[in-house]
Design a protein around this ligand. Structure first.
Ligand SMILES: *Cc1c(COP(=O)(O)O)cnc(C)c1O
Length: 390
């Protein structure tokens, strides 16, 4: 009789920190700025379209690659916003959220022992997907930089590439740091991909949340369209994280490889939500601008409050998130700090060290989500102020 039936490659992965912290939030009646989901609904046109689809009987398996109207809407959105042309029939695939697209891409592209270059701290599903594939992650560390945001050492990135590099997994805008990779950084990633003949898998779920300037997809850089699987999702852009409608776009050979795996993970998902997301993708620019402006205001509101409460706040240029250093408040370890925070003042945040291989690089950093109603952010800040009063 085995004591732990779990396969060895998954044993390093415990319950996600979000589950632990959200349970803690519920138990202590805390303001939950841990998990990154919005507390308001997305565009009413989209919600109505989903209700209509259910009533009209669109409740059975959709086609494997996604319904044609959604694939067409994704292709149109790619062309309109990023100037990238994809054939909706062979170069666009609908998935069960970005999470499934990432997992299917890594499983489809990596032989056991192949290496995946990624930036740490990384979104928590990356390490697990790489492990499931039997691949090896080669993390490059993002560190607080003199400009107040995060940067990395270009030599560390160059050194992460080698003969077994198969995939580069890039997330920009980046969760949990709020970093938006600069043009120079993207150019370096692209040139290393070309030099080492690696495939880029890009997680762009925050493509519409760049607060200053414009989002730049890696696929748009020279030599990259033919080697990039570009991934996004409706969850963040349309405040419907529970729907799990995502997509992958890329050249036909890459997308059909991803589909080959995806069909045996979930086969299909979200029948009635697919037509609704097609409606959402067709909303006018004013929706996207209003969404970004609203989140920028929320970022400013929370950052100001966190500074007032005594945190050393790092710059967030995009996403739902901002990170803060707990050192000025006497903290040395983010996990300890976050576990005691609900008890001390009734707020939940997430320690970012759990998203590093090199834990010491993020030991004193914690992440707050600002995708919440203003009164919730204000209440959190009022409670956090008690930390420095005490
Ligand atoms: C939320 C998030 C995802 C997951 O997207 P789903 O569509 O919910 O699967 C993937 N990557 C990053 C960086 C995220 O923040």
């Amino acid at each position: 009789m085995v004591t732990d039936p779990l396969v060895a490659r998954m044993r390093p992965f415990g319950t996600t920190i979000f589950a632990e912290m959200s349970a803690l939030a519920a138990r202590t009646d805390s303001v939950n700025l841990g998990q990154g989901f919005p507390d308001t609904d997305g565009p009413p046109e989209m919600l109505e379209a989903a209700v209509r689809a259910i009533r009209e009987g669109r409740n059975q398996y959709p086609p494997g690659p996604g319904i044609p109207e959604l694939r067409a809407a994704i292709a149109a959105h790619q062309r309109e916003f990023w100037g990238l042309g994809y054939d909706p029939d062979s170069e666009v695939l609908v998935t069960a959220g970005a999470t499934e697209a990432i997992a299917a891409a890594v499983l489809a592209l990596c032989e056991s022992g192949d290496e995946v270059v990624c930036f740490e701290p990384y979104y928590d599903s990356y390490a697990a997907s790489i492990a499931l594939a039997g691949a090896v992650r080669r993390p490059v560390t993002l560190r607080p930089a003199p400009d107040g945001g995060y940067g990395f050492d270009p030599d560390e990135l160059r050194a992460a590439f080698g003969p077994r590099t198969r995939v580069v997994l890039l997330n920009s805008p980046h969760n949990p740091t709020g970093k938006v990779f600069t043009a120079d950084e993207l150019a370096l990633v692209a040139s290393l991909c070309v030099e080492h003949d690696a495939v880029a898998v890009t997680d762009e779920v925050y493509e519409h949340l760049v607060f200053d300037g414009a989002h730049v997809p890696l696929a748009g850089l020279p030599g990259m369209r033919e080697r990039t699987v570009q991934i996004s999702s409706a969850g963040k852009t349309f405040s419907c994280t529970g729907w799990k409608v995502g997509w992958a776009c890329g050249p036909a050979p890459l997308v059909s490889a991803v589909l080959r795996v995806k069909q045996f993970l979930t086969f299909v998902n979200a029948g009635p939500q697919q037509p609704a997301v097609a409606v959402a993708l067709g909303l006018p620019r004013s929706y996207y601008d209003g969404f970004r402006d609203s989140l920028r205001d929320k970022r400013d509101r929370l950052c100001l409050g966190l500074s007032d409460a005594g945190f050393d706040v790092l710059r967030s240029d995009g996403t739902y998130f901002v990170t803060a250093d707990i050192t000025p408040l006497g903290g040395t370890d983010g996990v300890e700090f976050c576990r005691s925070l609900p008890e001390r003042c009734g707020v939940v945040a997430v320690p970012t060290q759990v998203f590093y291989d090199d834990v010491s690089a993020g030991r004193q950093l914690i992440r707050f989500a600002f995708c919440k109603r203003d009164e919730v952010l204000d209440e959190a800040v009022a409670r956090l102020r008690k930390l420095s009063d005490a």
